[in-house]
Write a protein that binds this ligand. Sequence first.
Ligand SMILES: Cc1ncc(COP(=O)(O)O)c(C=O)c1O
Length: 366
Amino acid sequence: MINPKKIVKNFNPYIPGRSIEEIASKYGLQNKDIIKLGSNENPIGPSSNAIESIKKNLHLISQYPETNLNNLIKGIALYSGVSPSNVIIGGDGADELLDVLGKAFIEPGDEIIIPIPGYMYYEFTLKIHGAIPVYAKWDVPSNTLDVDSVINAITPKTKIIFLCTPNNPTGGLISKDDIRKVIESTDAIVVVDEAYFEYSDVNNVDLLEDYKNLFILRTFSKVLGLAGMRIGYGLSNPEILEYMYRVKPVFSLTKLSEIAATVTLQDKEYIKRSTEVSIESREFLYESLLKFKNLTVFKSKANYLLVDVRNTRLTANQLSEQLMEKGVIVRDCTSFKGLDEYWIRVSVGTIKEDKKFINILHNLIG
Ligand SMILES: Cc1ncc(COP(=O)(O)O)c(C=O)c1O
């Protein structure tokens, strides 16, 4: 008899956004006719420099990657305004660093505080290390963190507190004062997840000078357009990073990912365009969705919008299936804790994709 770890026996797998291939085969559609607005990817694709440099270096794939990522670390330090000793890189994206935090800091029975609705991967990754999730509140109507609910949840067992800003899936920001308030209330590690910070024009790197227990989590998957290359990074004090380096997978960042990431950071024009296109498109999509009388849409500082669909009399599952049948993938948020079955999250596409989505939506519920 096969006997997994006790915790794995009743473990629920993570439910990711749906893929183009899956929807094409389910509804008999062509891949090229599907618009993917479900996983907060970059609608303009990667930097052309990333594509060229990958092509040029394809012959390197017979070798193991380097363990010493000095060039990329320097690039990230420069981009973020920190020193290289404050940087760690994750080779399965930012998600890998969540796992490394678990490996380095979580003892079974330790508590982690997660405001909900929030990014569900925190709990998925850390529970396996024995962490107990304790939920705080993200106030959806005002789209702000209920900071007191976080502070009231702190106990001597709290090991990590997650603050996602802009918050996924709601798109609201956490004020710097509230972040300070949380950090000053605890010795636990406070992970400020800035996966989408470029779309919001604010960040919290300045707080690293004041606090030893701050870890800023970031990714190359959004503005930097490299979700498929799986590159994340963390910014923190060298003591936290030293423990993480001890247990981090050694070869998880592939050579081609390292090269793509390094040249993307040098492509300032791409980064500017990528940010501007999504912000403009976000505002267009927001205004367009506001016109639907049976939808409630929330202002967002990220590259997605949270939408309450209950007045359409459809559940999120029903509406998202109807949209997918017509070739549009959105995120059904039913699996997000803190939301009921009437919420979808729509990623920002190009304005052309947004318009196509709005037309299809209009035909379904307008
Ligand atoms: C809030 C948040 N944090 C972290 C991540 C992980 O990003 P990565 O693709 O680098 O693993 C995501 C991905 O969607 C996210 O939404």
